[in-house]
Design a protein around this ligand. Structure first.
Ligand SMILES: *Cc1c(COP(=O)(O)O)cnc(C)c1O
Ligand code: SF4
Length: 345
């Protein structure tokens, strides 16, 4: 292991001081079940154990991951049921997921695809990628292609360019969206070549996955700014995680920092029922209370939609607090301070 390589095993973590020697056997067991990788950029930010540090909690494996509860699922969002050809998930008529790889630079301990991602995960072969692209080209209802994985920015700029060029040539595709954690976890990968590989006449969006303001280091901010300056629209998605960002202060700091980078907070995901992630999940009531706190205290631009991906592949829906109640005469509306008002209309 040299200074610039990712940590991938219990012994790497022990050598870096991220786990105690006594934890090693237990963590080896976790690592046999779920992939482990921490990039140098993230390892350098960790300042304490998972129970205290929001970066450690996201990336350092923990024995609690081997505690499975009955409601947890291997495929919590039901991708498999909606896959017409390898690498495509087509759940909504107007948009598809394109998953060219299952590799990520880091493996998040709460990942909803943790049973599928990893260094042994199958990447699409060239022939399968051709078939996936042909599926998109042959379905005029597809308006948007969401390139995800794994992390698509773990691909070489040459391969990214190939995908962007193929999608740009499809008349009915209006939007190409990449979902990635790379600008935060491996900002050095956001090179001029990578930014250029995203060039298209189509609208290109990058959805950045980030959960805590401390992830937004100067290098991460510079990587995002490069993308924005190249004309790429950026939104963010975060997962609500106990011990990481489940306070109004943590969420406010994150969403404000994103706005200053010209990144619009898009989704706050309720924790999926992925195996061994119970220690991260809040209740929906807690999530709604947090969203109620933000409304009124944080600019509307900084408010994401709080969403649940319904287990079984039934889609994502907003589950934020309700402000409107139907009555016989009209409605009762709740204001951001909790006061109620009759509305006739
Ligand atoms: C999340 C998801 C999308 C994108 O949903 P948006 O609400 O448009 O962000 C599309 N397809 C699948 C299968 C998804 O899981
Ligand atoms: S980067 Fe995304 S897909 Fe990869 S491990 Fe983290 S949450 Fe999962």
């Amino acid at each position: 292991m040299n200074k610039h390589s990712s940590l991938r095993s219990a012994s790497d973590l022990e050598a870096k001081g991220l786990i105690a020697p006594a934890e090693r056997i237990g963590i080896e067991e976790v690592a046999r079940r779920f992939s482990v990788a921490i990039t140098p950029a993230m390892a350098d930010l960790i300042g304490g154990p998972p129970t205290e540090d929001p970066l450690a909690a996201q990336f350092v494996p923990d024995q609690r991951e081997l505690v499975f509860s009955a409601e947890e699922l291997a495929d919590p969002i039901g991708d498999e049921a909606f896959s017409p050809v390898p690498g495509i998930v087509h759940r909504y008529p107007d948009r598809v997921l394109l998953k060219p790889l299952h590799v990520c630079p880091v493996y998040c301990r709460f990942c909803f695809r943790r049973e599928m991602v990893g260094p042994e995960g199958e990447n699409l072969t060239n022939a399968e990628l051709e078939t996936a692209l042909a599926y998109i080209a042959g379905n005029p209802a597809i308006f948007e292609v969401i390139v995800t994985g794994g992390d698509p920015f773990a691909l070489s700029p040459r391969r990214i360019r190939g995908i962007v060029e193929a999608l740009s040539a499809v008349g009915h595709v209006g939007v190409i969206r990449f979902h990635t954690r790379v600008p935060v976890v491996a900002p050095e990968r956001v090179t001029t070549e990578l930014v250029e590989s995203l060039g298209s006449d189509k609208a290109v969006f990058v959805a950045l996955h980030t959960n805590h303001v401390r992830e937004l280091t100067p290098a991460a901010r510079e990587a995002c700014t490069k993308l924005v300056k190249a004309g790429i629209a950026m939104v963010s998605q975060s997962v609500l995680l106990r011990g990481v960002n489940d306070t109004p202060e943590a969420l406010t700091a994150l969403f404000r920092a994103l706005l200053t980078l010209r990144i619009k907070p898009y989704y706050l995901h309720h924790g999926d029922l992925a195996k061994g992630t119970g220690h991260f999940r809040t209740s929906i009531a807690e999530g709604q209370a947090l969203m109620r706190e933000l409304r009124g205290n944080l600019t509307g631009l900084g408010q994401p939609t709080y969403v649940l991906d319904i287990p079984g592949g039934h889609g994502k829906v907003p589950i934020g607090p309700g402000y409107l109640e139907k009555t016989q005469e009209g409605y009762v509306v709740t204001d951001p301070q909790g006061g109620t008002h009759a509305y006739r209309g």
